[in-house]
Design a protein around this ligand. Structure first.
Ligand code: G1P
Length: 288
């Protein structure tokens, strides 16, 4: 069955980006000239997703404003011959028709995904954590995962090989090799101690789930940090259905903290035709 819908988890407090995220949703912080959530939407659209379901919470209305039409602004820009500036956002809006679901209580990522149950219905769907930005020369990361989903017929989670000391910040899979870059998931642990981690494959914020994940999330008890963890719901799903971990091709940035955002900014600026040469010149002059 075709994956038509993507859920974007965007209801969190963004504590790693305080104080900026106190009054600006983390997902609206700019990576160059686009907010983080734009990149998730663009990757979804480029991967063939038709509907975006954004999980949001109090004080994050600017995300809906971002994807909404802005007739006055569009008319003013058109009069100045600069309408192309908003055309990209308008195209995303028209292609994805974003819908918004409020997560009323911050009970964890698993709970956030569960709150999209009615909006998703009984079909497979993707999940994005928008602070994980993945730059790929080949296909968008989600499009790569959709190939794995179609070929192997099971839920798919993106993973990355990580240094052991970083694993306590991630969900970690217990893998069994299947094919190049693809492993079968036998189990998962959220934020293990390095010595308890079943592998060095850490979960990155892209998932494709069969709808049975929702029943599993209903049964999931609070775990790491006292939160209802998506990883724990996935561990239940992996016991009843095939689940695969996929080492995507591309570079991932964790833009949920200032240093990760800076690294993503530098890398992407060096790839942009309109700023790369000026920026490179300026960088050369810095005492590195
Ligand atoms: C979340 C997930 C974790 C995953 C990580 C990827 O953790 O719970 O399994 O590895 O995103 O970014 P968080 O970063 O919200 O603590």
């Amino acid at each position: 069955m075709k994956v038509r819908k993507a859920v974007v988890a965007a209801a969190g407090f963004g504590t790693r980006f305080l104080p900026a995220s106190k009054s600006v949703p983390k997902e609206m912080l700019a990576l160059l000239d686009r907010p983080l959530i734009h990149y998730a939407a663009a990757e979804a659209a480029a991967s063939g997703i038709e509907h975006l379901i954004i999980i949001t919470s109090r004080g994050k209305e600017s995300m809906a404003d971002y994807f909404d039409r802005a007739p006055d602004l569009e008319a003013a820009l058109e009069a100045k011959g600069r309408s192309h500036l908003l055309a990209e956002v308008r195209e995303l809006y028209e292609r994805l028709q974003p819908a918004y679901v409020r997560q009323h209580e911050q009970l964890g990522l698993g709970h956030a995904v569960l709150s999209a149950r009615k909006a998703v219905g009984d079909e497979p769907f993707a999940v994005f954590l928008p602070d994980d930005i993945i730059v790929s020369d080949r296909k968008p990361a989600l499009a790569q995962m959709l190939e794995v989903f179609e070929k192997h017929q099971g839920s798919v989670v993106a993973v990355q090989s990580l240094p052991r000391e970083d694993l306590p910040s991630y969900g970690v899979v217990d893998p069994e090799p299947v094919a190049d870059r693809v492993t079968r998931v036998k189990g998962l642990v959220e934020k293990p101690k390095p010595e308890d981690a079943p592998s060095n494959l850490g979960i990155v914020g892209r998932y494709i789930f069969t709808p049975e994940i929702f029943d599993c999330l209903e049964r999931t008890q609070p775990g790491s940090g006292g939160e209802i963890q998506l990883t724990d719901g996935m561990a239940l799903l992996a016991q009843q259905q095939p689940m695969f971990a996929y080492e995507f091709e591309g570079t991932r940035f964790d833009t949920g903290n200032p240093l990760g955002m800076l690294k993503a900014t530098v890398t992407m600026a060096l790839q942009r035709d309109d700023m790369a040469s000026d920026f490179r010149e300026w960088l050369k002059g810095q005492a590195l």
